[in-house]
Design a protein around this ligand. Structure first.
Ligand code: VGL
Ligand code: ZN
Length: 182
């Protein structure tokens, strides 16, 4: 069984720090060492890092009537991968959320990820990254729908928790759909 690691949106705008990200996930930077450990482990056929990669007027932004502050605008510092993420072990960088009018929360939405994985013979994916209750959840759902075995590594993910418990509910939903939560 060939596996891929999908590192979701481990970007400056989603991590606290100096300067703080525009949509910093509490404790988001704390996952970097776990993500690097998994990515370096040689357990995975393929390591994919996704980037939320929005045009400046994306419909997700509150100034356009969406739900979030401006974040991860294409080719800005905030949209870069976190500096401590080990680039040497990333095989593919995949940009998502590029089209205004669709959220692009999932790494499978309007991207070639499913084809890329199948072309490498991948049938199982481990999902880590940010945020548990938004893009990890949506990526996990779509991976299951596409027929992949899905594992979510708790230590490698953190959530926004706009409502207390959102991240835990996201993990339980994925478990109910057939994912393994480790
Ligand atoms: C995300 C909110 C808006 C995420 C992306 O990566 O979880 N959350 N855009
Ligand atoms: Zn976004």
């Amino acid at each position: 069984m060939a596996g891929a690691l999908i590192v979701v949106d481990l970007q400056n705008d989603f991590t606290p720090g100096e300067p703080g990200g525009a949509l910093a996930v509490p404790d988001g930077h704390a996952i970097v060492s776990r993500v690097n450990e998994l990515a370096r482990s040689e357990r995975f056929e393929l390591v994919v890092a996704t980037r939320d990669w929005h045009p400046p007027d994306h419909s997700q932004f509150d100034e356009q009537g969406g739900s979030w502050p401006v974040h991860c605008v294409q080719a800005t510092e905030g949209a870069e991968l976190h500096p401590d993420l080990d680039r040497h072990v990333i095989d593919v960088i995949l940009d998502k959320g590029q089209h205004s009018g669709s959220d692009g929360y999932s790494a499978f939405e309007d991207t070639s990820l499913a084809e890329t994985l199948r072309a490498r013979g991948v049938n199982s994916v481990t999902v880590v990254g940010l945020a548990t209750d938004v893009c990890v959840l949506n990526t996990g759902r779509d991976a299951l729908r596409e027929g992949f075995h899905v594992t979510v590594d708790r230590e490698g993910t953190r959530g926004i928790d706009l409502e207390a418990g959102d991240s835990e509910r996201a993990l339980q939903e994925l478990r109910g759909l057939g994912a393994t939560i480790t």
